[in-house]
Design a protein around this ligand. Structure first.
Ligand SMILES: NC(=O)C1=CN([C@@H]2O[C@H](COP(=O)(O)OP(=O)(O)OC[C@H]3O[C@@H](n4cnc5c(N)ncnc54)[C@H](O)[C@@H]3O)[C@@H](O)[C@H]2O)C=CC1
Ligand SMILES: O=C([O-])CC(=O)C(=O)O
Length: 335
């Protein structure tokens, strides 16, 4: 199954057709932030994005003015503050959400819950009202909990479609590809490592046994690489020393993810991207696995595939943590 994995691209190939199929409105919420700005830049150079709607509670007018001078087809509009949110999201095909606070050294992703849960709740409410068919990609941490929050809010509005809400876990795969390529002296573009589970610590499960091309490591090195992939976000938080968490690599991963959603919407075949979604492949109600994307979002969950004994152990450790994170999100949204 995973032999079909082809590296997703960052932006689509230039396409001069202006047929409806290639015209998409993408909204970014949190567009003025550390992730939001470079992500919006990458979306501005994606020819499939003909309307780019930038929403934030600060600075969006300036960010939009700046990006609007770039010589690409997409029309950019800035929306500043809650009064403009519905207009920002109205009829969007794709909504990407990197709105919310990032970690500082010593914090876990769960420490962001109190601030970010309410932000995602309000954005999901707006999406339900004015863009019920949008594909929603949630970057805001803790992803393991913010995705269930958005889903519960959409359910309450009677607008929930489990095939349209995604927690963005692409950065875990991007990192795994990079670290394994480095360890083996390979070109990262040729390496594909599935990473499944959730997006924090032990819930991040790299499947190095299923690497393309096939690689193997002595046990201690395998454990060290797995640990590095699981804690790569913390590596950046420490290096930034109080100035936030990963932004540029996340913008890259977010643009790759958004482009995969757009390629699916456009009707391209064999578009595969991982994400954290409502899932029945494990005991966890939400789980990230490679997904086949299409005109309605998630078309087919490609499932777990075969795990090594070591990966089975990682899965066992992840499930209770995922369940706890999911419950926190559901409790928040239904209280
Ligand atoms: N899923 C993943 O792999 C990753 C997730 N993240 C998460 O992404 C989020 C954003 O990170 P950064 O961009 O570095 O933070 P940042 O602080 O640089 O930017 C966040 C932006 O959100 C805006 N914002 C705050 N409240 C808002 C609201 N109610 N509506 C709209 N916008 C609002 C802020 O004004 C700011 O511009 C964090 O929660 C971080 O933990 C970061 C890296 C990777
Ligand atoms: O570590 C963080 O807080 C940000 C994040 O999710 C990542 O870089 O994977």
């Amino acid at each position: 199954m995973f032999s079909r994995l082809v590296r997703p691209t960052l932006v689509s190939a230039r396409n001069f057709s202006t047929s409806k199929q290639n015209n998409f409105k993408v909204a970014v919420a949190g567009a003025s932030g550390g992730i939001g700005q470079p992500l919006s830049l990458l979306l501005k150079i994606n020819p499939l994005v003909t309307e780019l709607s930038l929403y934030d509670i600060v600075h969006t007018v300036g960010v939009a003015a700046d990006l609007s001078h770039i010589e690409t087809v997409g029309k950019v509009k800035g929306f500043n503050g809650p009064d403009t949110l519905l207009d920002a999201f109205r009829n969007a095909d794709v909504i990407i959400i990197p709105a919310g606070v990032p970690r500082k050294p010593g914090m876990t992703r769960d420490d962001l819950f109190n601030t970010n849960a309410g932000i995602v709740r309000d954005l999901a409410k707006a999406a339900a009202e004015v863009a019920p068919k949008a594909l929603i990609g949630i970057i805001t941490n803790p992803v393991n909990s913010t995705v269930p929050i958005a889903c519960e809010i959409l359910k309450q509005a009677g607008k929930f479609d489990p095939n349209r809400v995604f927690g963005v876990t692409s950065l875990d795969i991007v990192r795994a590809n990079t670290f394994i390529a480095e360890a083996k002296g390979l070109n990262p573009k040729d390496v594909n490592i599935p990473v499944i589970g959730g997006h924090s610590g032990v819930t991040i499960i790299p499947l190095i046994s299923r690497a393309t091309p096939s690689v193997s490591f002595p046990e201690d090195q395998l454990k060290a690489l797995t640990g590095r992939i699981q804690e790569a976000g913390t590596e950046v938080v420490k290096a930034k020393a109080g100035a936030g968490s990963a932004t540029l690599s996340m913008a890259y991963a977010g643009a790759r993810f958004a482009n995969s959603l757009l390629r699916g919407l456009k009707g391209e075949s064999n578009v595969i991207e991982p994400a954290y979604v409502v899932s029945d492949v494990t005991e966890s109600e939400y789980f990230s696995t490679p997904l086949l994307l299409g005109k309605n979002g998630l078309e087919k969950n490609l499932g777990l595939g075969k795990l090594s004994d070591y990966e089975q152990e990682l899965l066992k450790a992840a499930i209770p943590e995922l369940k706890k994170n999911i419950k926190a999100g559901v409790d928040f949204a239904t209280k």
